[in-house]
Design a binder for this molecule. Sequence first.
Ligand code: ME8
Length: 543
Amino acid sequence: MNVETPIYITTPLYYVNDELHIGHATTTIYADTLARFWRACGRPVLFLTGSDEHGQKIHKAATAAGTSPKAFADTIVQKFFELWDALDIQYDVFIRTTDDFHKQAVAQLFTRLRDGGFIRKDNYNALYCVECETNYTEKDLVDGKCPIHKTTPQQVSEENYFFTLSKFTQPLLDHIAANPQCIVPEPRRNEIVGKLKEGLNDISVTRTTFDWGVPLPWDKQHVVWVWWDALVNYISALGWPNAESLPTDAIAGRSRHGHETSAAPFAHWWPSAVHLVGKDILWHHTVVWWSQLLGAGEKPPRQVFAHGWWQVEGDKMSKTLGNVIKPLDVAGKYGRDALRYHILREGPAKGDADWRQSAFVARYNSDLANGLGNLLNRSLNMLGKYFGGVVPAECAFDQPALETSRLSLIARVNALYPRLVAAVTAFDLDAACEAVIELVRETNAFVNNAAPFKLAKDPARAKDLQASMHALCQVDFVLCHALRAFLPDAAVRIANQLGIKAEGKLADCIAWNKLAAGHTTSRPEPLFARIEEAAEGKPSTKP
Ligand code: ME8
């Protein structure tokens, strides 16, 4: 992996009809972890998120709330900002589909497609699910209901504009065959290829029955279908088609990180675009979106990664069942690193996943409290006691078995950076965390074997004590850096206790002997308090 090439990471633009839940936080935390990791590798990163504000669903929610769609969106989007701030999501760009520059780009794209001969007028008779903002055929429905929302779709009949999606079946199959990594993981690609092989129907891409959307430039009776509008955000945010800079003035004050400027942002970032989405919107982000792009003479993004869905204690997560997991409830109770860690380890990256309180507690206690927290705390306490908090010089153990375990730790540390890069490149954030936790486990075993607390009592073992404490300081340093993307708060707290900064390129920091002898550390503080099962009430009784 070349860590010098830029990467443009996007989340979906979430609908402003409701509060965000753990599903939304999952995609965003995956994206934030990727963004932090690659930035820490020194890779140029642009991280975009935002809000999807047009369409029937928002119109309906605003009407129910007795307000205008824009006023409604303004209120909800404020909650998005608060949530992402509370979770310290460091996006560079937050785009709203009601931003003027975005609406102009949508109109331009539509005009290009018309000029290219891909738009025609026709009668639209369809079954439309407002929750999905997507139409279905009878064949797609399960017992006459939307396969995702289990609701009966609306019967829609109107004359509107169609996009000749059918023309793109073969170009899309060719693109996927030539770029096997463009949809990951592999089963998701197979799913899309399977559907493409069934052939594509033209789709209706405008509406006349309501006006909350981007007006069609040449026929103002029509507004653009909300998906067609929203997908364009990924390029409108780059100033497509011809702006010379990101629309920073229009989105001033929304960035939580501060992107790197580039003179021709579309040319710079678009070839390295990676969309993170949930499985239910993979179709839109590949077939629909890529056809729009190909029709407009642009290339599809480099990759789309689609994750699965959370269930909760074995049930579908739904308002009706009252089991919706709210990210701030979890972060407020256990800390945002605990929330993030659970999502990265147990989340639906490869397939669907089940949010279980018992698994949350078990994972937290074993890896964070008893594993990482305990290691850091006992190593820094011993360093304080035996060396006044000052890192000793490196030396080998006199005892061969201990020296072998020290050499094994060194080898593990020096192999960690390439392992992390490989795992993150493959979107396997669970494997990346596991690589770090394996180092924690091996080091805790090393402490138990070397037993510095016993060595300290025997002046004849002074060298072995020094060898063990030097090694522990090096591991603590490496853990701090290795965790910057995965447990950002803990990384900063470890850095404070070590008296260092959680900064610098990971390739230079995740290696042996980077914490110099003679360096003075700070006061140790517990990192993660154990969650006591009793305080949690009864663990889940479900199998
Ligand atoms: O679809 N587990 O927005 P949205 C995991 N505006 N992920 C879940 C989930 C669950 N139980 N429930 C929902 C939209 N999601 C459009 C996107 S992009 C140009 C437009 C995820 O607010 C779902 O998979 O409905 C998807 O990625 C996101 O939440 C949908 O958010």
